[in-house]
Design a protein around this ligand. Sequence first.
Ligand code: ZN
Length: 420
Amino acid sequence: MHSWTGPIVSVIPGAGGVPQIQDDISGTIQPSVVGETANLYVCGVTPYDATHLGHAFTYLAFDLLVRAWRDLGVSVRYAQGLTDVDDPLLERARATGREWYKIAASQTALYKSDMAALRVIPPDFYRGVVESIPAIVAAVEHMIDIGQAYRVAVPGQSVGALGDVYADTAADPLFGTLSNLGSSHQLRLFAERGGDPDRPGKRNPLDPLLWRAFRQGEPSWDGRTLGPGRPGWHIECAVIGAGELDQPIDVVGGGSDLVFPHHEMSTSHARALSGLEQPVRLTMHTGMVGLDGHKMSKSLGNLVFVSDLLGRGASPAALRLALISHHYKTDWQWRGRELAQAEARLARWREVIGSVKPQGPSAEVIAQIRAAMADDLNAPAAISAIDHWVSAAPLARERSPYAAADLRRAIDALLGIKLY
Ligand code: ZN
């Protein structure tokens, strides 16, 4: 699937350090890349409520990682999935009377235009679930063959019908080691986030769906030996990630609400399919964005959308700056003043750094930005360093006509903010 047209990214002299990120599996700070190529998989949206600020915050965090890798000089292989068929999308279709695939197409287009507006570097491989179904079917068949998956009869279907397919979590001795949660916590999150712990016939309440046999009124595809149906949620990311990237994948990421069950399950599936104990080297998860003291969620009806803000005249650069001024790991609240503050900061930066007049030397502040981004993508610290330079710049004794241009390019390359 075509992603979106990416921004032209400035290149700056020298190179940044290896970005160190906090790994959620081990809880320790680890180098985000260990070889010449950095492999990244990020879960994409389910296209029925795109693109709210939580989505944008997440994809901007991984955009900062990609930019830091490019500045380091490694080559980047970045894959992103798109859950273009799943229960929430079908529920939205039923509730609105629209066709599910039309909702998916329109929301996917909106997501892409929002990402382009925010100057997010597109993934190298953008893969929808629907276009990946043959590979997912082959993976589920393989998991049955190696004893990692089993069939569960569908109530009301005839004896001998193929049924649904579930993964056997007990067959994976490392299941649970990504999220490190107690079993009652696991069960609660599984039930809240799309799981079906009470489904009769499963071996373990936590076993996740791999293939859902055809039901009346639901879309379905050829599942070969599985019978007609559609994929479960977690297997799609395991298959798309393994299909496009070298394993172990350096970083698998998404919002923090994906740690369990989604990334626990998809990593377990990837383990079964690859035979590797560690198909994923590190996981990186982003904080949740609330609104004025409340959780931002579709059930509360208080989602703030990128396209609405831009449509009401917000500048994409200010929105980007407002979002990245919060560290990617923090949970935080969107308040009305966020945009105005970012607009004011941008205006100040443009006035000083964007001017053609000679300014103070910038090598030191560029080094500070690089150091901040290598330190767990600390964009707020990078922004503070720029603020400091801007306030001190007119006083600098040594002046160079090139300094401001270098800094403009660095801010573009590393933070994705264009000042000219
Ligand atoms: Zn995923």
